[in-house]
Ligand binder design. Structure first.
Ligand SMILES: [Zn+2]
Ligand SMILES: [Zn+2]
Length: 98
């Protein structure tokens, strides 16, 4: 996630993100995306939801965080599987990645 995007996060989300990264002993969100906790979670989500949860497409599925509140121990309700198109739309509203 670029600095520019971090700056666009709502303050509350930014605080949660920083706090949770710190708790996990990680320096950046990018490190989190590369760690096994997230990789397993992402795999599990994609297995449970083989389609975009908005439009049912199967193209370019990604796992989106609705919130960073529980980063590192996200309950399923904090995450949503979206296709690349719906994910982009979501970020027009939120400016959060991923
Ligand atoms: Zn979609
Ligand atoms: Zn996202």
């Amino acid at each position: 996630m670029s600095e520019e995007i971090i700056n666009k996060l709502p303050t509350k989300e930014y605080d949660w993100l920083c706090h949770n990264l710190w708790s996990l002993g990680l320096k950046s969100y990018k490190e989190y995306l590369e760690c096994p906790i997230w990789k397993d979670k992402k795999k599990m989500m994609l297995e449970s939801y083989p389609n975009c949860q908005k439009c049912k497409s199967k193209k370019g599925l990604q796992v989106h965080h609705k919130t960073y509140r529980h980063l590192g121990s996200e309950p399923e309700k904090d995450l949503i599987v979206l296709c690349i198109k719906c994910h982009k739309e979501e970020h027009n509203l939120w400016q959060i990645y991923p």
